[in-house]
Ligand binder design. Structure first.
Ligand code: UDX
Length: 463
């Protein structure tokens, strides 16, 4: 199409997980809103799930979003195994990914849509190399916090020493509060089963020189101290460019018409919004542990009984893979609703929601910050541990819920956030952060200006 031919074309590619697809898609919408042609890509392993749950179809001219267009195209990387075996799957991506991405870039050029910039992902460190080898400028979208970037960077370059596991010592990293070993991303712990992910990310951090931009899903006002400290670190890290929070801003026209395009891998139970409509303002506990955390059966049972004992309406996301773990005979009564997947952005924006019991994935963290909803922080692993500390101790918008999970603990934590002596202060803090988050992405806000500068430079280089 003529308008596609005129608009610079940016290809975004991400690790095929929900926590990576969402920020990619939301950045894609912002870039499209500003006039670019944007293609979102990932491993073919998610193609069918996205089609079934979100109606995403690959190829073609895509859909109009703002002044630009948004389309999908997947790598041709057939994979026989299961992505749950991380070693196998990362190895698959590392070997099948680079030639498949190179082929995708060629396909786009042949179709009259040469790619002007590839935006990669920290779990696909090879994407910047493929782009550079093809002579295409590259960026990375860092999908976690600046704090977590800084921690990984310090470890990757041996700038901090890890006390032995179980030690009480605190880690001192410029721009961050003193951290215990439990506060750093758990993939850095030598014994963690997903340590391979920590190693992959650190590998990427040692090799970012080929990326012209490191865009980050955060906003300057939220992580001012760590952003100010990073340029003084040696060896000097790349400059982080905050372009977030990459959240859906619920409200007509707020993302340039792209709100209809979703990237859910499980179909969202839209009926829970009507259920929320029938609840009193600020009465509902919303609970979710995101897309990959698997709670043990005992914890699922304690959560069930704890939510029921909290004495408030609750909306609980129990994914299909976790559903069999619900305690036998667990009856919701009229008070609770359990769904396999929620439209979380709409849920958090709903006036009936009083608090969010969250595993503190970075997307969920930013979404609750943007919505101004206080939290019960229940991290499990990875960057969730750092995000939980940040939400509770730094932003002061919630309380911790510690393992092992007990029903009394769930009830007490919910009470503390909704009705305890600090509840009003937590809500006020959450509201203030919500205002700052929204201001950052509105026209002229700090992140909006960063997105515009990126669009301008990509367009200039494409001429
Ligand atoms: C993981 C990590 O935990 C996260 O920190 C990392 O940055 C990316 O990978 P995940 O555990 O799935 O992601 O959590 P989170 O980052 O919160 O992402 C989940 C996404 O799914 C959020 O955007 C959330 O809104 C969405 N979601 C979750 C729904 O839309 N509906 C649901 O029912 C549950």
């Amino acid at each position: 199409m003529a308008e596609d031919a005129a608009a610079p074309h940016v290809l975004l590619i991400c690790y095929p997980g929900q926590g990576h697809i969402n920020p990619m898609l939301r950045l894609a919408k912002r870039l499209a809103t500003k006039g670019l042609l944007v293609t979102c890509s990932s491993s073919s392993i998610v193609r069918d799930k996205l089609a079934a749950a979100s109606g995403v179809s690959a190829g073609g001219a895509g859909v109009p979003v703002g002044r630009g267009r948004l389309r999908f195209d997947f790598l041709d990387d057939p994979f026989e195994g299961t992505e749950l075996d991380l070693h196998d799957f990362l190895h698959h991506l590392e070997t099948a990914g680079p030639p498949a991405l190179a082929a995708l870039l060629r396909r786009q050029a042949e179709a009259g849509r040469p790619v002007a910039c590839v935006v990669g992902n920290p779990f696909l460190p090879w994407a910047t190399d493929v782009a550079a080898d093809a002579g295409v400028p590259a960026a990375v979208l860092w999908v976690q916090s600046c704090a977590v970037f800084s921690i990984y960077y310090h470890f990757a370059h041996g700038l901090v020493k890890f006390p032995r596991e179980g030690d009480d010592a605190r880690l001192a990293i410029p721009g961050l509060p003193a951290l215990s070993t439990a506060d750093v991303p758990s993939f850095l712990h030598a014994s963690h089963p997903y340590k391979v992910l920590g190693d992959t990310v650190q590998g990427q951090l040692r090799n970012m020189a080929r990326a012209s931009w490191v865009l980050v899903n955060s906003f300057a006002e939220l992580e001012r101290d760590v952003l100010a400290a990073l340029p003084g670190v040696t060896p000097r890290p790349p400059r982080l460019i905050p372009v977030g929070p990459l959240v859906e801003l619920v409200g007509p026209g707020q993302d340039g018409g792209g709100e209809a395009v979703r990237g859910d891998l499980i179909k969202a139970a839209e009926e829970c919004v009507a259920w929320l409509d029938a609840q009193a303002p600020r009465s509902v506990v919303y609970a979710s542990v995101g897309s990959i955390v698997m709670l043990p059966a005992e914890a699922v049972a304690e959560m069930a009984h704890g939510l029921a004992a909290a004495g408030r309406p609750f909306l609980w996301v129990v994914r299909p893979d976790t559903r069999p773990l619900l305690p036998e005979g667990f009856i919701l009564g009229g008070r609770g609703m359990v769904v396999p997947w929620s439209p979380q952005d709409r849920v958090l924006a709903h006036p009936a929601v009083a608090c969010f019991l969250t595993h503190c994935g970075w997307n969920s963290t930013l979404e609750t910050v943007a919505a101004g909803v206080p939290v019960v922080a229940f991290p499990q692993w990875g960057d969730q541990c750092t995000d939980a500390k940040f939400l509770v101790d730094e932003l002061q918008m919630g309380v911790h819920l510690r393992a092992p999970l007990r029903r009394e603990g769930v009830r007490e934590a919910v009470d503390a956030v909704v009705a305890g002596p600090e509840a009003d202060a937590m809500r006020d803090n959450a509201r203030a952060w919500s205002a700052a988050a929204r201001a950052a992405v509105m026209p002229g806000g700090s992140s909006d200006l960063h997105v515009q500068a990126f669009v301008d430079e990509v367009s200039r280089r494409a001429r």
